[in-house]
Design a protein around this ligand. Structure first.
Ligand SMILES: *Cc1c(COP(=O)(O)O)cnc(C)c1O
Length: 410
């Protein structure tokens, strides 16, 4: 055999203008906008049948023909397991839909779905010879990058707003990253990473500023399709910050449709869920715009959704519109109610970001936007346990020596 490429990647593509860029070279953005990975899908179709997947280990790497890594020995992994798709009849009943599922991404390494994107991005950086990486983060991306960089023995620099949840600070520090608290927003942290690129010689792993995190997040969509027997749900509710997951899933569904792997050609309506106090995608969607404007005074206790401006805004909005879905906001002040509802009714540790999906679903059903007989999937993008600050649990105290008042316990 010759040195034929071991992946089916044909080229990279500037998302804003379709410009063709060479694969297997270091790429960041094109015209300041994201770059997408394109595959020889006919080649994939010849090499792989859906049923071939059965015998493969239950990790995101089972879809390797649809992923960009050339040489499997370059994969940097912490065991990115397939995540369960949990039926939620009680929560669904309360919200008015018969078939509600939560895809529980909290099981992934570092307790959030950021590990899918970072496992891929770090693997590709490793394949392309990168030794030093940096990223701004609202929380979980920093923890995930720090962990994978440690695994790959890379230098890692993390910049986070000083409002970042405590656990995210710990995890970045524990994994040996050089992590800093910045007195600003994630956009300010992003500027530091951008400005430092030349001086510090790091590779910028910011959301959508390199082509591969999307490919990692794409596996959420591939996995969902496989778990649902190649019949996608009617609606997906996704907590949207930078949008990698939503864009990645939509790309997955498009590729699966092209491969002819979907039993029903229908693709889901995508709902981008945000907080009322940081709703750039909702504002742009409602205004009919393709590009978003940073909202005034953006803030939310759901750190992952505190992303006032996203370089992939047009990709999020295009996907939402093409799918027939919407960008919708739910009330910041009710975040804790929705978290509790999911946790209490289903035992799922729903993160604050995904709580907004519960709020949006409640509204969407009330408005007739989502019908009771439709199949609906909410993504739980991280473990509630990572957010010690968000939920107040003022537990009553018991004096073990004082005699227990049993009647008072119930
Ligand atoms: C980063 C993050 C999000 C937003 O993800 P995007 O794909 O960038 O929109 C949602 N939830 C959690 C828990 C996150 O960490």
């Amino acid at each position: 055999m010759t040195m034929a490429a071991a992946s089916f990647v044909t080229h990279l593509e500037g998302a804003i203008d379709g410009a063709v860029l060479p694969a297997r070279t270091l790429q960041t953005t094109h015209e300041g906008r994201p770059i997408l990975v394109r595959y020889d899908l006919d080649g994939v179709k010849t090499a792989l049948a859906r049923s071939d997947l059965h015998d493969r280990p239950p990790t995101m790497w089972r879809y390797r023909e649809l992923l960009p890594v050339e040489d499997e020995s370059h994969i940097v992994t912490l065991g990115e397991t397939m995540t369960p798709l949990l039926p939620c009849p009680r929560l669904g009943g309360r919200l008015g839909v018969e078939r509600l599922f939560v895809k529980d991404e909290s099981r992934l390494p570092t307790g959030s779905f950021k590990s899918r994107g970072m496992a891929m991005a770090v693997s590709m950086a490793h394949e392309l010879g990168i030794k030093r990486v940096a990223a701004p983060t609202a929380g979980n991306a920093g923890g995930a990058l720090a962990a994978y960089a440690a695994r790959a023995s890379m230098d890692c620099f993390i910049f986070m707003p000083d409002s970042t949840p405590m656990i995210n600070r710990y995890e970045a520090a524990l994994h040996g990253a050089k992590a800093f608290l910045v007195n600003g927003l994630i956009t300010d942290c992003g500027r530091i990473v951008r400005e430092g690129t030349e001086k510090m010689g790091w590779f910028d792993m910011s959301t959508l500023k390199e082509p591969y995190r999307i490919e990692g997040k794409k596996t959420m969509g591939l996995e969902l399709a496989e778990q649902m027997n190649w019949r996608l749900p009617h609606a997906i509710l996704y907590p949207t910050g930078g949008g990698t997951g939503l864009i990645g899933m939509w790309k997955a569904f498009t590729e699966l449709a092209e491969l002819g792997w979907l039993d029903e050609a229908r693709r889901p309506r995508m709902y981008a869920c945000q907080s009322t106090t940081c709703p750039p995608m909702v504002n742009a969607f409602e205004a009919g715009d393709r590009f978003a404007v940073a909202p005034e005074n953006p803030h939310t206790a759901a750190a992952g959704l505190c992303v006032p401006s996203a370089v992939g805004d047009f990709l999020i909005l295009d996907a939402v519109r093409e799918s027939g879905g919407k960008a919708m906001a739910a009330d910041e002040h009710r975040l804790e109610d929705w978290m509790r509802l999911a946790c209490e009714l289903e035992g799922i540790a729903l993160c604050p970001e995904s709580a907004f999906c519960v709020g949006v679903l409640e509204r969407a059903v009330a408005e007739g936007e989502i019908r009771p007989d439709e199949t609906v999937v909410i993504f739980n993008t991280a473990a509630a346990q990572k957010y010690a600050e968000v939920i107040e649990a003022d537990l009553p105290r018991l004096d073990h020596a004082g005699g227990i008042d049993w009647a008072a316990l119930a």
